[in-house]
Design a protein around this ligand. Structure first.
Ligand code: AP5
Ligand code: MG
Length: 214
């Protein structure tokens, strides 16, 4: 049983590292961004309400995000632990989580801002299996199509330059206080998220006390 939280700015590489690590540790990968995008795609009432915020690069109101995460935490696959990717990102969310769920590791991905815009505008996503690509640093074998299922890759509605800039500003304003929340409690560990995905993965493994090779 291991409960891990990944914090860090948009495009820091949280989702890329979380997918591989959750699979290796056999814990559930809980990305509130993925859960919200699935609700948007499924045109649920919650998804329809969240869509406007996401497109602009703003945070979705706490009550909606907490509701969608609670439902996901009820799923039995979280009983062996989970990796939270993209939650908490407001102080209210952090305080709520603190009251109800003990955490083992809180990792903050640190990366210079100038690398983010490029990474985000180059990102492509498989709508079927959610695999994340990058047209420059992690391209699919056949341009525009997922390696796993051949589906046509998509660009996230919030990976356009205006929304990206808003997301970075929102991160400074609303999510940096969350880092301080964990730092004040002696819980925060920082990860240098520069370099290749493999280099970041090696640093992450060392930080979590995992053997160097999976
Ligand atoms: P969310 O989906 O969580 O997006 P985010 O936090 O903005 O983070 P990203 O997913 O953009 O970045 P990432 O760190 O996962 O990077 P990735 O690995 O993909 O949230 C989206 C929206 O949903 C929010 O704006 C908000 O509206 C809403 N929301 C979600 N959670 C919420 C919450 N708790 N409260 C309120 N609202 C919430 O990598 C990015 C790109 O870089 C990819 O192309 C990848 O291939 C590439 N890459 C990754 N690592 C490397 C590397 N080392 N070198 C080179 N390229 C790399
Ligand atoms: Mg992500």
């Amino acid at each position: 049983m291991r409960r891990i939280v990944f914090l860090g700015s948009p495009g820091a590489g949280k989702g890329t590292q979380a997918a591989a690590l959750a699979q290796e540790l056999s814990v559930a990968h809980l990305s509130t961004g993925d859960l919200l995008r699935a609700a948007v795609a499924g045109k649920t009432p919650l998804g329809t309400e969240a869509d406007g915020y996401i497109r602009k690069g703003l945070l979705v109101p706490d009550d909606l995000v907490v509701q969608i995460l609670r439902e996901r935490l009820d799923h039995p696959d979280t009983s062996d632990g989970f990796l939270l990717d993209g939650f908490p990102r407001t102080l209210a969310q952090a305080e709520l989580l603190d009251r109800f769920v003990p955490l083992d590791d809180v990792i903050a991905f640190e990366i210079p801002e100038e690398l983010l815009i490029e990474r985000l505008t180059q990102r492509r996503l498989c709508p079927v299996c959610k695999t994340v690509y990058n047209v420059v640093t992690a391209p699919p074998r056949i341009a525009g199509h997922c390696d796993r299922d051949g589906a046509a890759l998509e660009q996230r509605s919030d990976d356009l330059p205006d929304a990206v800039r808003t997301r970075i500003a929102v991160y400074h304003r609303q999510t940096e206080p969350v880092l301080k929340f964990y730092q004040d409690r002696g819980r925060l560990r920082t990860l240098d998220a520069r370099g290749t995905p493999e280099e970041v993965r090696a640093r992450l493994r060392a930080l979590l006390g995992l053997p160097a090779t999976p």
